[in-house]
Design a protein around this ligand. Sequence first.
Ligand SMILES: *Cc1c(COP(=O)(O)O)cnc(C)c1O
Length: 377
Amino acid sequence: MKKIQMVDLKGQYSGIKDVVDPAIQEVIDTATFINGPKVHEFQKNLENYLGVKHVIPCANGTDALQIAMMGLGLKPGDEVITADFTFAATVEVIALLGLTPVLVDVEADTFNIDVEAIKKAITPKTKAIVPVHLFGQCANMEAIMEVAKAHNLYVIEDNAQAIGATYTYANGDKAKAGTIGDVSSTSFFPSKNLGCYGDGGAIFTNNDDLAHTIRGIVNHGMYKRYHHDVVGVNSRLDSIQAAVLDAKLVHLDTYNASRRRAAHKYNEHFKDVSEITTPYEYGAKDNHVYHQYTLKLSGVDRDALVQYLNDNNIPCGVYYPIPLHNQKAYQDSRYNEADFTVTNQLVKDVISLPMHTELDDEQIAFIANHIKTFING
Ligand SMILES: *Cc1c(COP(=O)(O)O)cnc(C)c1O
């Protein structure tokens, strides 16, 4: 059996080496390291894939979120509602811009932001909602867009974990994750579903004016050479990373299908284990692209299981072990523990298993059997 890894980037690379190596070499040969033709090609190809008017590449997914918020002109004092159960980057950029983060609870089954909790958190200062498509499954975008419209709020999708997922509306219409809100951000961190070989990110929008504003912000607030109209940042996608991403984009649907297949294989192994709740999927089958495969445990010593798996050379992860509202940096006296019952429980119960494009049935069986052996004693 191949060595089990949380993410197998080397194995994935061996399947695309023939295309990736010459693409990287071409960037070196032409010395077009910054803003080279590869960046533009990738941008166009991603726009076509997503069916979105504008993709603005940038340096990483955290920058992408920050720049999206800068582009919308959010101002200190504005309240931005986001999920308590997510990676810290989401709340970090809100705080960094002097905006007021308002964390709310998530749904126990999907782990995504709870629309009722959003409604309760809206005040006259609320300006935006940031749903995170956690672990690869789209948040309840139709309901979120409805709430946003009723209260005149922006919606910024944090799509770092769900690139390639397809959201299906109640009427059957479909849209790619990251193309539904006013603006979205994604990350091309190596382990993400579309990852490069370093850092990378992008912002998506269908709004021409916003795209124009953002293109200036990523480039020092410059719309005309050496004329700085707004305070910007320096956030670029390297040409070498764009070359890697362009080579991988054509495989993204196949990669996501492999992840889904692996997830369903795991589900079969766990279907009769009452202590395990396998990931809840809702909507159409392509709504979830399994950035993570995350179980909920009940009546199992989660930390002892993590130790047992590690002792058996099976990597695993706990995403996320601490609710954001309990993190030192993001505590707020206005928060009430009773409003975070789901997140407070999830942080104790979740465990994420190896999930990547190269996972085979033998590895999945090995992992599942170890977990069952641990639970059955
Ligand atoms: C990875 C991630 C980010 C940040 O992306 P970076 O490229 O690492 O800056 C933001 N939000 C979520 C939900 C993520 O998973």
